[in-house]
Design a binder for this molecule. Structure first.
Ligand code: EPU
Length: 331
């Protein structure tokens, strides 16, 4: 048995019987006849392992960062599914290619980015996503998905629903802007504030990336120091009417308009109000600075985190009648 502890950022000590590192398309094609229903892991930064796995585990190590097309305003970059996402962002910023600077310092690998449509500070990968190529793990055939075929939603895609577990993502292709054509997104939270405080009048994508790195480093615990998977729950999206009713009972409840007739409520706020921020039980706890991040202080097994998150769901549901849904994949 092989420990999966190095391959999940909750650092849980669950085991598998077989582990394979996939570096290329050839690697995966050669392996397919010998593995059935494998479990693919990217950076392991969005999974909660709750048991040992008998299925073979594949680690995506497909590398490569290159420009494969361009027009007057933009380029298409091709990124290996096993490339570290933040390294890819830094590479883009160094080459003055715009569009993903707001997604700086998100943990994980490029192949996992479209699965949950990663997003932060007003940008989601779907905004720059062109297509991906993948291997169908059932048939061994090569498949392509364009932006609309991925069916992106808030922290969601076809790969979390109908096509869950079916594909090994080889490469993703993003359309990034060339200098003179960047469109900075400074709307969200403290981004503009930090840039203003540095007296930068015409910010570059590099300034935006640095500001976001600063915000994330002050607010979110580093998984290398305190094992965690970033936001554990999605921010719930509820009908406007339900939100109005909640507001009459809980005057301070924050929200962002999500779409006509729908409000998005910060799960971190709900969890904090229910007294979970900084509360540690059996080695598991919500971080003291950000209640949405569940940290593993000294749990060995996923069941301990599972018990903790289910208690949070019950407690928030009792007080607010809102049922939180994990963003992290429970395996
Ligand atoms: N809040 C609290 N208490 C807390 C935490 C948050 O009251 O302990 C409230 C505050 O009102 C705050 C609001 O929640 O203003 C929103 O907090 P924040 O800006 O930190 O964003 P978030 O909604 O908690 C989302 C993403 C993050 C992303 C940030 C920034 C989800 C599930 N999470 O978090 O993504 O970095 O916005 O854009 O959508 C991730 O997916 O792992 C992740 C970290």
């Amino acid at each position: 048995m092989i420990s999966l502890k190095p391959y999940n950022t909750f650092r849980l000590d669950h085991y598998c019987e077989e582990l394979h590192f996939i570096h290329s398309e050839r690697n995966i094609l050669d392996l397919i006849p010998f593995v059935s229903a494998p479990l693919v892991i990217g950076g392991g930064s969005n999974i909660l392992l709750t048991k040992d796995h008998t299925a073979p585990v594949l680690i995506n190590e497909v590398k490569g960062k290159e420009i494969v097309g361009h027009d007057d305003e933009s380029v298409i970059v091709k990124l290996g599914g096993g490339e570290n996402w933040h390294d890819a962002v830094l590479w883009a910023v160094e080459n003055d290619l715009g569009g993903i600077e707001n997604l700086s310092l998100i943990p994980g690998k490029c192949g996992a980015a479209p699965i949950q449509n990663i997003g932060a500070y007003g940008v989601e990968i779907k905004d720059v996503f062109e297509r991906l190529d993948a291997i169908d793990l059932d048939t061994g055939s090569k498949c392509y998905f364009n932006n609309s075929e991925c069916q992106f939603g808030y922290r969601n895609s076809v790969f979390k629903n109908a096509q869950k577990g079916r594909y090994f993502i080889l490469h993703i292709y993003l359309r990034l802007t060339l200098p003179q054509h960047h469109s900075l997104n400074l709307e969200y939270g403290k981004v503009a504030e930090i840039i203003g405080a540095k007296k930068i009048t015409s910010p570059t994508i590099s300034d935006v990336s640095e500001a976001i790195i600063e915000i994330r480093q002050t607010k979110l615990p580093d998984p290398d120091l305190i094992p965690n998977c970033g936001s554990f729950f999605k921010n719930p999206i509820i009908p406007q009417k339900q939100y109005e009713r909640l507001k009459t009972k809980h005057a301070g409840i924050p929200s962002y308009n999500y779409a006509e007739g729908w409000e998005k409520i910060p799960a971190g706020w709900l969890i904090e109000q229910c007294g979970w921020k900084g509360k540690i039980k059996n080695g598991v706890g919500c971080h003291k600075d950000h209640a949405l991040v569940i940290c593993n202080y000294e749990a060995q097994y996923g069941r301990q985190i599972e018990r903790y998150y289910k208690d949070i769901i019950n407690s928030v549901s009792k007080v607010y009648g809102v049922v939180l849904e994990p963003e992290v994949n429970i395996l």
